[in-house]
Design a protein around this ligand. Structure first.
Ligand SMILES: Nc1ncnc2c1ncn2[C@@H]1O[C@H](COP(=O)(O)OP(=O)(O)OP(=O)(O)O)[C@@H](O)[C@H]1O
Ligand SMILES: [Mg+2]
Length: 474
């Protein structure tokens, strides 16, 4: 298992884990004769120049973060094309592995630890971007640490450089602004921490749906999830950390901790349990140390949906763009069905998409038919991978407008007609998924986008009827 990888100065002992982007080994750092976790980045990442630059840059920054609840980075480097990061070895497993077995007091203590680590890092100007149970790990003394500062940013830089969106990883804990590929700050991490807290307490993820795209969309549009009744006293912590708007969230990790303390103070019984659990957890962790230190973490469910498959972030970027720039201008826009009103304003316009240029429509007139057609096909292909960008927006510079221009000059042009039909089908598929998951707002937007390409598309018209019925019934 370890025979192919070599890093000077380190003796690889055994593989201890594998993530979507790296393999982690237990290794001996020979100079200091100490155990370390050696993370070897996947060759596909190492082959990417942007990643290499960001990895070194972010790794150096991450190494400057010193806090009891952040994983300590010892070393970062590259050798013969192998990019590695050596950090403290965390023998007691991840929160993902032990989530099911924790009681409420233990859960609260863990999130308190992580919140304090985040507070420090945010103050230093760093955003984690991938707070999730797999990145919350335990020292042998039982304290929780947040791992992988800097790495998420480096990984995301790859997709950002190769395409218009930059979401990667699991959408389960993703903040609405991250799902929309808009800029994030520390409050995005606190949202993710709130989502982790929710899962630990409720026993299931905040939003569950058939695919990553739908889950990401739910973070944007669905109401904050509700804890089981008996844990209702902690709902304010979830409500505030998972608020759709960053401005409504805790401004800092310390504010999160303060609210937790306030809720605990209002529940004196819980406060006492919490104190007791601290020592109990440390005992349990020490006992589990030997067994978990050799276990290879299961890969688990992996959503890697920015590279390759549907770029959920971009679909959302497109959706939100449409909300702000397209929706009001569409006279036939259907009434939104079954949608809680507070969700819509949370959609914000992503920065990378420019304001419609006033002269854009005029520019189309100057293009000849072959150019319109070939550009239309290119835009279609691009839009398929980028959630509709260039397919139906921005105005005047998208496949729908290009194909419509062709039909204006050459009614019945087969290539343009076909192009528009394919675009309509693309949106029909997306709308179907959204509808299946109860995401009426999203489905409605996708249906309208599709109908703009082909007002006669049967699937879209059927979906529109279904949505109208849902409205009548809800
Ligand atoms: N410092 C460490 N000490 C001990 N084990 C570790 C350490 N860092 C990572 N691991 C183990 O290696 C596994 C893979 O880590 P990695 O960060 O590559 O992926 P991940 O965070 O689990 O998932 P993803 O690839 O989706 O980010 C972890 O789940 C954990 O079990
Ligand atoms: Mg990790």
């Amino acid at each position: 298992m370890t025979e192919n990888v070599q890093v000077s100065g380190y003796k690889l002992v055994q593989k201890i884990g594998e993530g979507g982007m790296a393999t982690v080994y237990l290794a001996m750092q020979e100079s200091l004769d100490r155990e370390v976790a050696l993370k070897i980045m996947a060759p596909t990442l190492a082959a990417n120049e942007t990643f290499r630059e960001q990895f070194m840059k972010e790794g150096r920054i991450a190494a400057k973060l010193t806090h009891p609840h952040l994983m300590t980075v010892h070393d970062i480097g590259s050798e013969k094309g192998v990019y590695y990061l050596a950090s403290e070895y965390l023998p007691a497993g991840t929160l993902r592995d032990r989530m099911q077995r924790l009681n409420t007091a233990e859960v609260l203590e863990i999130v308190r630890d992580v919140a304090s680590g985040l507070s420090y890092a945010h103050e230093m100007g760093f955003v984690h971007r991938d707070v999730k149970p797999g990145n919350i790990m335990f020292r042998s003394n039982g304290s929780a640490v947040l791992a992988d500062f800097g790495i998420a940013k480096a990984i995301k830089s790859v997709s950002a450089a190769t395409m218009a969106g930059n979401a990667i990883g699991t959408p389960d804990y993703m903040s609405p602004e991250q799902a929309q590929a808009t800029p994030v700050d520390g409050r995005s991490d606190l949202y993710s921490l709130g989502a982790v807290l929710f899962e630990c307490l409720a026993g299931h993820k905040p939003y569950e749906a058939g695919d990553a795209y739908a889950v990401a969309l739910m973070h944007v549009t669905e109401p904050v999830p509700k804890l089981p009744e008996k844990l209702g006293w902690l709902q304010p912590l979830i409500d505030k950390s998972m608020a759709k708007q960053p401005a409504e969230r805790f401004a800092t990790g310390d504010a999160f901790v303060a609210e937790l303390d306030r809720l605990l103070a209002a529940n004196p019984k819980m406060d006492a349990v919490m104190r007791e659990s601290r020592s109990a957890r440390r005992r349990a962790v020490s006992a589990a140390k030997s067994s978990s230190s050799t276990a290879t973490a299961p890969g688990g469910r992996k959503w890697i949906f920015a590279i390759g498959g549907i770029a959920a972030a971009i679909v959302l970027a497109g959706l939100s763009w449409w909300f702000w720039h397209g929706r009001a201008a569409t006279p036939a826009a259907t009434t939104i069905v079954n949608v809680p009103p507070p969700t819509e304003p949370t959609l914000t316009a992503p920065s990378p998409i420019p304001e419609p240029a006033p002269a854009a429509d005029a520019a189309l007139v100057q293009l000849d038919l072959p150019t319109l057609l070939s550009r239309g096909s290119e835009y279609f292909a691009y839009g398929q991978k980028n959630g509709g960008e260039k397919m139906s927006f921005p105005p005047g510079d998208n496949a729908v407008d290009l194909f419509h221009e062709v039909l204006k000059r050459d009614p019945g042009n087969a290539q343009a007609t076909q192009g528009l039909q394919k675009i309509a089908d693309f949106y029909a598929n997306g709308a179907q998924t959204a509808l299946k998951n109860g995401l009426y707002t999203g489905a409605d937007v996708l249906v309208e986008s599709g109908l703009r390409a082909d007002p006669k598309n049967a699937a879209l018209l059927q979906l529109k009827t279904q949505l109208a019925k849902a409205e009548g019934g809800g």
